[in-house]
Design a protein around this ligand. Sequence first.
Ligand SMILES: CC(C)(COP(=O)(O)OP(=O)(O)OC[C@H]1O[C@@H](n2cnc3c(N)ncnc32)[C@H](O)[C@@H]1OP(=O)(O)O)[C@@H](O)C(=O)NCCC(=O)NCCS
Length: 187
Amino acid sequence: MKITSATPSDLDQLLSFRKEAAAWISRLGSDQWSRPYPADRLLATIEAGTVFMLRHEGRTAGTITLTPEAEEGLWSAEELAEPSMFVNKLTIARDYAGQNLGGVLLDWAGDRAYRAGAKWLRLDAWTSNERLQRYYLEQGFEHVRTVLEGGAVNGGPRVSGWLAQRSARPANHDLADETPAPKPLHA
Ligand SMILES: CC(C)(COP(=O)(O)OP(=O)(O)OC[C@H]1O[C@@H](n2cnc3c(N)ncnc32)[C@H](O)[C@@H]1OP(=O)(O)O)[C@@H](O)C(=O)NCCC(=O)NCCS
């Protein structure tokens, strides 16, 4: 297994990946990701160098986005003063699920965040999806709080406001890492 940076040529693959995950999640009974992700925003994150692909024998097994930018309105000024990196859109293809590859990507992200000088690896998970929240607790994250207000649509309910964090720490993840070295957070 290797990890590489996504390029604009991965856009279609990432969009269909997201659709596939949303269909699977909906069968589990959650509305998480039921609205399609805007292609232009996804392309912007690829171009910013924050999207990574897990590849195996020429196939895409998963993806993770790791960014120094916090989602607006979720974290307090005190929390944002602590160097952190944020995980978004962690996804493993169903063909590769059940082998803890999500955990491997989280370990890789924590290691990369540590190398960038972060203290915390943070995320916001779907507010109403308790099984997903349990997944992150099982991966060693601690729940910080749940933000209910201030969603993007007319300031309505916040769909992704379950905040969690884990120490950014070095990890042996067994991935061939073909990504460029992370930019230091306080360069
Ligand atoms: C989270 C994920 C990357 C983990 O991949 P993995 O290491 O292969 O682990 P699994 O897919 O076996 O998931 C572990 C458990 O979490 C559950 N789970 C994972 N994502 C879930 C979700 N979005 N909603 C409900 N349950 C979820 C799985 O059903 C599984 O439960 P089980 O052990 O009872 O069967 C993968 O499940 C995934 O792509 N999920 C959908 C996308 C997603 O929700 N990502 C998180 C965004 S914040």
